[in-house]
Design a protein around this ligand. Structure first.
Ligand code: C2O
Ligand code: CU
Length: 514
């Protein structure tokens, strides 16, 4: 039952968000400068945490039923300190959901946070009413909007909350999982607050498995490890500092992997599969190994590539995923290999460390020459090309930092669809980075579909991005053409920049599959 959101609803949301912002003051500190003690966090001391796999509350012939609640809790992230976080089921990263292609997942989603939240399955081939529309938010059961907020108007308009309207206290999402095996993730998507909500911890892995992928002799079980990379900033007392730098983006000086700062992982001398996600709000990475050996990449955002590819470095914009196989049997016992971020110097230049332990072990896993079959979409199949420019709002180009970001000069309007592809059509979307003094990466992300990159600045795509994708890196001055088929569902969806502060203000657009 898709609900039409009109402008009044949008205002209501903006207002509810405003109320929540006041309450959020106790959740995270707004920072305007230094005040961090993270130079004192010793690197490679914490053991890499692995998020637990969530068990369904029940299962029947219609699928598996999960319950997820967004709530506050405390975690030890900086040694010796307690950090208030917002976590799905109280943990950060949230629990991992593991599903099988063709078997539906049902998630009953509730919240105890005094702020609007909505969950989105990033990379999911999802019907529109389960896609996590930014205004389709929920509140804690019984939550009342304060009377003052009801009476208050928005810029002189009558208060939208004065109308009796039910706040929602839960959302039941259905994910059909009618898609190939891939590393997806779920995260908050509330209008104007996604950046803060995700920064506080609302993100988790969602792994789709299928028969084809399952038949390959790839590393499995405890040798198949998800790595959620993100950057955060902490105050002296260990609390999270959220500094969106205007709307430039919340960065930081501590790298967390699965919620732990610069962790280490003891590895056996054999092959491992790592599913790497850049879950940062606004930080890009370029991965490399300190041993200078290449990665063997096996998957992109949308699952397995056609065949493994050796890549010395892998660039990752926000929300992109790559899967790599690292063979530690080529190292000796006692060796250490650092996963580096060669884009940055200093603390952000190192991510985590692999400590090689034990004698050579027998390794039943193998790297097949062929991983999967990828149907290449060709430009001839496309019925049209649409161009989308990413830049600051035109009249504010010289404002520092930009107040709003725009796609084709327009700010996000939940009521207005900027594109209406027909169900089943193949289209080319041309993403163009509009030059401005702010040379930040804008990673375009398209909901519902997976695309293939046709070309990047007129050249073939990089080796590490030749496969199914849903997000791509778009740096200053670049332009990238992607091709995709809009199949599965009609309805409203989103395309946006995955710098979460750009998304919040307002580099996002609605498109309707018609
Ligand atoms: Cu990862 Cu629209 O989001
Ligand atoms: Cu952006």
């Amino acid at each position: 039952m898709p609900k039409t959101i009109n402008r009044r609803d949008a205002l209501k949301l903006a207002l509810a968000g405003g109320v929540a912002t006041t309450l959020q003051a106790c959740g995270s500190r707004l920072s305007h400068g230094a005040g961090v003690n993270t130079a004192t966090v010793e690197r490679f001391q914490a053991a890499l945490p692995i998020p637990p796999v969530l068990q369904p509350a029940r299962s029947d012939e219609h699928g598996d039923y999960y319950e997820i609640e967004a709530r506050e809790s405390t975690a030890t992230i900086v040694p010796g300190k307690h950090t208030l976080i917002w976590g799905y089921n109280g943990i950060f990263p949230g629990p991992t959901i593991k599903v099988t292609r063709g078997r539906a997942t049902h998630v009953k989603f509730t919240s105890k946070l005094q702020t609007p939240v909505v969950a989105h399955l990033h990379g999911g081939h999802t019907p529109p009413d389960s896609d996590g529309w930014p205004t389709d938010v929920i509140f804690p059961a019984g939550h009342q909007v304060p009377a003052t907020a009801m009476a208050m108007g928005h810029m002189g308009h009558p208060g939208p909350m004065s109308e009796a309207s039910a706040l929602k206290y839960e959302h039941n999402y259905t994910y059909p999982n009618d898609q190939r095996a891939a590393t997806l993730w779920y995260h908050d998507h509330a209008m104007g607050a996604t950046g803060h909500n995700v920064y506080m911890g609302l993100a988790g892995f969602y792994l789709v498995e299928d028969e084809q992928e399952g038949s390959l002799p790839l590393p499995r079980g405890r040798y198949d490890i998800p790595l959620m990379l993100c950057v955060r900033q902490f105050d002296h007392d260990g609390s999270l500092l959220f500094n969106p730098h205007g709307h430039a983006g919340a960065e930081g000086d501590v790298i967390l992997v699965n919620g732990a700062p610069w962790p280490a992982l003891q590895v056996e001398r054999r092959k491992y599969r790592f599913r790497i996600l850049n879950a940062s709000n606004a930080t890009t990475f370029t991965l490399a190994l300190s041993s200078a050996l290449p990665f063997v990449q096996i998957a992109t955002d949308g699952g397995l590539m056609a065949r493994p590819v050796e890549v010395p470095r892998i660039s990752m914009a926000m929300a992109e995923r790559v899967e790599v196989v690292i063979d530690f049997s080529v190292y000796s016992q006692g060796d250490s290999v650092v996963l580096q971020n060669i884009e940055k110097q200093g603390p952000l230049g190192e991510i985590m460390r692999f400590d090689i332990s034990g004698p050579a072990v027998s390794d039943p896993s193998e790297l097949p020459e062929q991983l999967s079959v990828i149907e290449a979409l060709t430009p001839e199949a496309a019925v049209r090309t649409r161009t989308f420019t990413f830049g600051p709002r035109p009249e504010l180009k010289l404002h520092s930092p930009p107040i709003y970001w725009a796609i084709n000069g327009q700010r996000f309007d939940p009521e207005y669809a900027q594109a209406g592809p027909r169900l089943g059509d193949v289209e080319i979307w041309h993403f163009v980075y509009e030059k401005s003094p702010w040379r930040q990466t804008h990673p375009p992300h398209v909901h519902l579909v997976n695309f293939q990159i046709l070309d990047r600045n007129g050249q073939p795509p990089h080796a590490h991005e030749r496969g199914w994708k849903d997000t791509l890196r778009l740096d200053s001055g670049e332009d990238v053409r992607v091709i995709m088929r809009f199949d599965g569902y009609r309805g409203r969806y989103l395309m946006h920049c995955h710098n979460l502060e750009h998304e919040d203000y307002d580099m996002m657009m609605r498109f309707d599959v018609v």
